[in-house]
Design a protein around this ligand. Structure first.
Ligand SMILES: Cc1cc2nc3c(=O)[nH]c(=O)nc-3n(C[C@H](O)[C@H](O)[C@H](O)COP(=O)(O)O)c2cc1C
Length: 356
């Protein structure tokens, strides 16, 4: 029987185990020009025993930033900052992909160069508010991307992917989940376009397919992953019938052959299984759990073949040596929500590992 502690091949690499550190925004890119710091390198290096680390959401362009102090991957300073991170993780025997996250309408003009308005698939404002330097503010109506803007945004992702390789990353995860720009194209309530990128499930899936294809063309399909969250209402998304859209997306990506599909499960297990059947690469599952973060219970999903790998968010944030603790059945440090976003080393690099 395969277990989560067995190795697996991904992107031309042999991963030590099937336990993934899920992408987590930490809002601590305090280096020059929103670049990671030595502390960022320490934080990720502490977690190098993951089979695979997926970094915090990282903007492919200045326009893609939706939260304070999130890192980018579109300048030389940022590439240099990330190089320290990947070197530290590799020195610890780990593997690391960067998550490219363009937040689209989930953002605020106060975070963007020249106070420009956030962009979106359509000019549809999300309900809710965003955390800014001036406190919580309502989301703004985004500017609908023109055809030219779409081409530029796709190219920004490809350029950031090339930067990722220059920074030493083992690959790139395209963030098409959780209500951000790519998800805004997929969902029928945030995409009201009547051109080639809106309307039918196939046309709503087109932008996601274009971004993933451009990244794969830039760095190789085996080094390209994709994160989706069908039906996830985060960011005021409403997807009453997600299956046709996501199966259309997987169909469009069949000739590309991305290395992995990372599913954030918010709906039924049957949809996860359907998507797995239609995807030839590695399936990483961030399982639906109710009222608790993913834990030791989810290891069984590898054993019973539901997924090839399982990802852990909150528990990995709080337990740098999570694979070892999972193998031992605990104990686990408790994540402290107060230090999730921004701040200093507290709740970042000071969670203890088990004694040797
Ligand atoms: C502090 C924090 C930040 C997160 N930031 C991101 C992010 O940048 N990109 C993303 O795709 N998901 C993000 N997530 C979601 C996690 O990747 C994961 O899907 C979620 O925490 C559920 O998994 P869990 O039960 O193992 O924590 C974040 C979660 C947390 C707790």
């Amino acid at each position: 029987m395969t277990t989560a502690f067995d190795p697996i091949d991904l992107g031309g690499n042999r991963l030590a185990n099937r336990i993934v550190m899920a992408p987590m925004t930490r809002s601590r890119a305090y280096g020059p020009g929103l670049s990671p710091t030595a502390r960022t390198a320490e934080y990720y290096a502490q977690r190098a025993s993951a089979g695979l680390i997926v970094t915090e959401g990282t903007q492919p362009s200045a326009t893609g930033q939706g939260y304070p102090d999130t890192p980018g991957l579109h300048s030389a300073e940022q590439v240099a900052g990330w190089r320290r991170v990947t070197d530290a993780v590799h020195a610890g025997g780990g593997r690391i992909f960067v998550q490219l996250m363009h937040t689209g309408r989930i953002g605020h003009s106060s975070l963007l160069p020249g106070g420009q308005r956030p962009v979106g698939a359509s000019a549809v404002r999300a309900k809710g508010s965003v955390y800014t330097a001036a406190g919580a503010q309502k989301f703004e109506e985004p500017r609908e991307l023109t055809e030219e803007d779409i081409a530029q945004t796709v190219e920004d992702h490809a350029a950031a992917a090339r930067n990722a390789v220059a920074a030493g990353f083992d690959g790139v995860e395209v963030h098409a989940a959780n209500g951000y720009l790519v998800h805004q194209f997929l969902a029928p309530n945030s995409n009201l376009r009547t051109d080639g990128w809106g309307g039918s499930p196939e046309r709503r899936a087109r932008f996601a397919a274009e971004v993933v294809t451009a990244v794969a063309d830039a760095i190789g399909a085996e080094r390209t992953g994709l994160r989706i969250s069908p039906g996830n209402p985060l960011g005021d998304i409403d997807e009453p019938d997600p299956e046709p859209t996501y199966t259309a997306l997987l169909r469009a990506l069949e000739p590309v052959g991305p290395g992995y599909l990372h599913v954030v499960e918010t709906g039924e297990r049957s949809l996860t299984l359907e998507l797995r059947k239609r995807f030839a690469g590695v399936l990483i599952l961030n399982a639906r759990t109710q009222g608790r973060p993913s834990g030791p219970e989810e290891l069984a999903l590898v054993e019973d073949g539901t997924a090839d790998m399982v990802s852990y968010g909150a528990l990995f944030l709080a337990n740098p040596d999570l694979p070892r603790r999972l193998r031992a059945g605990g104990p686990f440090n408790t994540p402290d929500r107060a230090t999730y976003y921004g701040g200093d080393d507290r709740g970042y690099t000071d969670y203890p590992a088990l004694d040797a």
